[in-house]
Design a protein around this ligand. Structure first.
Ligand code: NAD
Length: 265
């Protein structure tokens, strides 16, 4: 693994623009399970509660499950070392943008600013009638379904349900960041969800070197990945960040502490 990490660090340090692309695997060490696999959410919950047509016809039934998964349970999660390392890379000028498929807001909580939310964000609610948006923090979920203060319409989490399109702003943000990348860092995604799984191919076609971190090979590993680092996102990113920051800080003697807070900006 050490050799692969050194290779990845070398590519990032020589890159003019690096983009990260993250999936559910990056948040597993924060206690949020992925959708698929033995421990996946779909082994416990029926995915139809997240279908837009089911939600519109049965908002109360959907909301009971949504509240349990995304607010009672995900709401407690904190960023892990992988999220923190990416935020520190951005601060140090070693990362341009993160494109995330995740809806847990953990990149933003870690301090990342340039984030394309391809599938939206569970920390916002949107009114199905007037499209007004609310931070979920300020909304009581004691009475379900929650409703809009302005028009009384039903509120839906502002993430993309099955059967909904990807917001145009998220597509533009993500495709631009992929097309610009000299280095494209894929972390913790199977590459099975369309159309998000096309984004790494945009980067590859634009000449990007692909680095991938995952506990298992993915759909990208045997096809477009140049450097595959097998391991948990938090553990690998911690090692990669130390390698990167040691090298990039050689001249200015700045440092980072073990929580990836960057000193001497
Ligand atoms: P997925 O559930 O299909 O696959 C998870 C991937 O992460 C797998 O390739 C697995 O091998 C890898 N993985 C598991 N633990 C890991 C770890 N500790 N470190 C690195 N990799 C690890 O996830 P997906 O491909 O992102 O697609 C599922 C869709 O559902 C996406 O839209 C995803 O963002 C969304 N989702 C989001 C969350 C979240 O917001 N945290 C959680 C579940 C699903």
């Amino acid at each position: 693994m050490e050799e692969q990490i050194r290779k990845a660090a070398g590519l990032i340090l020589n890159s003019r623009y690096t983009t990260a692309f993250t999936g559910a695997g990056i948040s597993v060490e924060s206690g949020i399970p992925p959708f698929r696999g033995n421990e996946g959410l779909w082994n416990k919950y029926d995915p139809r509660f997240l279908e837009i047509s089911y939600f519109i016809n049965n908002p109360l039934e959907s909301w009971k499950v949504i509240k349990e998964i995304f607010y009672d349970f995900f709401g407690q999660a904190k960023p892990n070392k992988a999220h923190l390392a990416l935020a520190a890379m951005e601060k140090k000028g070693l990362l341009g943008k993160i494109i995330t498929q995740n809806i847990d807001n953990l990149h933003q909580e870690a301090g990342s600013v340039e984030v394309c939310e391809f599938h939206g964000n569970s920390r916002r609610l949107v009114c199905l009638e007037c499209r007004r948006k609310y931070p979920s923090d300020g909304m009581s979920l004691d009475h379900l379904p929650p409703t809009c203060r302005e028009c009384g319409g039903i509120l839906k989490p502002d993430f993309v349900f099955f059967g909904e399109g990807i917001p145009q702003g998220a597509i533009t943000c993500s495709y631009d960041a992929a097309g610009l990348a000299d280095v494209f860092l894929i972390i913790g995604t199977t590459g099975e969800v369309m159309p998000a799984n096309q984004i790494p191919f945009i980067a590859k076609s634009a000449g990007s070197k692909i680095i991938e971190i995952n506990t298992e090979p993915s759909n990208f590993t045997g096809s477009i990945t140049d450097v595959f680092i097998r391991g948990k996102a938090g553990e690998v990113m911690q090692k990669l960040a130390i390698e990167l920051f040691t090298a990039s800080l050689d001249n200015d003697k700045d440092g980072i502490n073990e929580n990836f807070e960057v000193h001497g900006q």
